[in-house]
Every structure is written in C-alpha cells, then in structure tokens.
Design a protein around this ligand. Sequence first.
Ligand code: FAD
Length: 341
Amino acid sequence: MVAPKVAVVGAGVIGLSTALCIAETCPSCSVTVLSDQFSPNTTSDVAAGMLIPHTYPDTPIHVQKQWFKETFTYLFAISNSAEASEAGIHLVSGWQVFKNTPKEELPFWSDIVLGFRPMSEEELRKFPQHRFGQAFTTLKCDCPPYLLWLEKRLKAIGVQMRTRKVADLWELHSEYDVVVNCAGIGAHQLVGDTELFPVRGQVLKVHAPWVKNFIRDGDGLTYIYPGIHTVTLGGTREKGSWNLSPDPGITKDIFERCCSLEPSLRGAQDTKVKVGLRPSRQGVRLQREVLSQGGVKLPVVHNYGQGAGGFSVHMGTAKEAACLVGECIAALQGSSSRAKL
Ligand code: FAD
C-alpha cells in the first residue's frame, strides 16, 4: 500500500487535531477531513476553550491526566511562540471558588496547571459568598481563531478539506483505507451510539476588556473566562436537551450569576448569545473497530464523546487516535503483503 488513504469525519477541535496528529505521524498517508460543518459553525466554536478538565467517570484518571498534560504542554508551547495571537492561545490566571470546602482539595490536574495553591483569606474577601478557593494559571483557547489556525496548518501539510455529510461510515469504504470518526454529538446518529447524549450549554460573549482574571464557581455552572477579544460568561448544563435556540430567560440568569461574582460586569457591552451541545458520555470513545460487509473490511477509529472538556484533552486524545490509525495501517500492510506471498 503506497499512500494509505485516511478520512477523518468532523471538523471540530477533535477532528482537526486528530487529522493533524495523523498527518504528522504518518507522512506517507493521504489525509482528508470530511465534514458537513466547519468553523464557525461547530460546537467547538461555541466553547469557552478553558483548560480546566472535566472528569469522565468511565475513563481511568491516569489516562485523563495524561491527555490533559499532553494538551497543556502542546498549547503552552504555542502560547510561548510568535504564533500565539494568531492561534488565539494565551495564559490566564484566576480563581476557582467554593461555597463549601470540596471533598477533593487537590484535583488530579493541580500539578499540571501553573502555580496551583489555596487562596488566601485576603483574596477570598473578593468573594463574600464563598469560603474556599484555589488560585492558578492555566491556558485558554479563543476557539474560532484556534480552529482556523489548525485548518491553516492542515492545508499547509497537504490535508484535504471537503464539505460532505456522511450518512453511514460504510459509504466511505471504496474511497478510503481507514476512517476516523470525530463527529462529536453527530456520532449519536452516525453510528447510533445511544450512550452519547447532548448536554446543552448557553454562554454569553461580552465586551469587558477590564476583566483580566478568570473566575469559576466550583460547581462548574457559573464562570467568567476572559479571552483575547471577548469575555465568555456561563453557563448552563442541560442534559438531554437538543435545543440550539438561545433562551432569553437563561441569558438574564447567566448575566446575574456572573455579576454576583464580578460586579463590574454590569458595565459589559455587545452581548452575543451562543448555544452548543456537548457530546457527552460516561467515557470518551477512543477505540478501533472493523466494519465488514460481504467479506470487505473497513477499519474505523472512533474519537468522540469529550463532553464538557474537549479543549482540555484534545491533543492527548488526538495522539492516541493517531496511534490507533497507525495500528490499522500496520494491520492492512501486513495483510496485503501476506496476500502477495
Ligand atoms: P464538534 O465541535 O461538534 O465537531 C463535530 C464535527 O463533526 C462538526 O464539524 C460536524 O459538522 C461534524 N459532523 C457531525 N456529524 C457529521 C456527519 N454525519 N457527517 C459529516 N460531518 C459530521 N471544553 C473545554 O475543554 N473547555 C471549555 O471551557 C469548554 N467550554 C464549553 C462551553 C460550552 C457552552 C460548550 C457547549 C462546550 C464547551 N466545551 C469546553 C466542550 C467542547 O466544546 C467540546 O468538548 C468540543 O467542542 C467537542 O469537539 P468535537 O470536535 O468532538 O465536536
């Protein structure tokens, strides 16, 4: 097999980063991204893009930690390069505050973010309703610029981008040797995964350039994340809702909750409301599968279900998916050389 043909379905942060890792680890592969939507029309465009991991109950913690570490290291290098502003990646410091001291005072990711420490009594005076807090510095992606930067890198190394809705992965068997499924919430229909469910999130993007520190309520529901051009105010977590229309009542509620954490936001302007569906499962689906019909086989690698934490783990899961693609190609090459004997 001269140049194995790999199709990556999906152009959110998971599909683009996976295509990049495959093209970099397998330079002889011909990689194509197939997607019905590209930036700015994906869930990944709606995300706040903060590197604060979400916990997946069915994925071992050491695996989640490794994914986060690889992603943090990758983005830290970008933030420390001339590419940082174009890629929309920057460091941001701030506080995670709790009304009651959490059971786990040291989250598994505390030694990966920078300068993690308990907040002092003086710092906590800023948050009179909260009794405990953690201060640290992490990374933030401004999502649409980061997706465009990934697309630009992919095109520069010869990866093809095609607008196409895939109804069934099998339809790709005559054109591609390996198919990678990074369809996010679209995998619910594409592969009939009933363990995958949407968690609707509504956020506001506001102009408030004086807000420089992030603030996150420890319950994960209310947050203020300053980016390069706008501040993201959140949020909601509505399990099972497929509704993509903004709800004005929720917009008001988010704004009030954020103002109670950061009163200066009352002066924010240019509010834009965004809604996205987090592709959620108990554990990320990162695995190989072989589809087969009438003796013809199609190796597939699944990489979806990153839920509320796709940006936080994307490079880690992309590298693992690229390894699985490498295994599929090695198996195909093994079977084609056996066939020649
Ligand atoms: P998507 O971005 O949805 O991409 C899926 C792609 O597949 C799309 O291009 C779509 O068009 C394509 N597709 C689907 N079905 C088909 C098909 N049949 N044929 C062809 N193409 C198809 N994560 C963090 O780490 N930090 C945060 O601060 C954060 N904040 C968030 C805030 C909100 C409000 C929301 C909604 C999410 C947030 N997330 C955050 C989570 C993050 O957005 C997701 O985990 C991530 O975007 C998932 O990426 P994805 O590429 O799997 O999905």
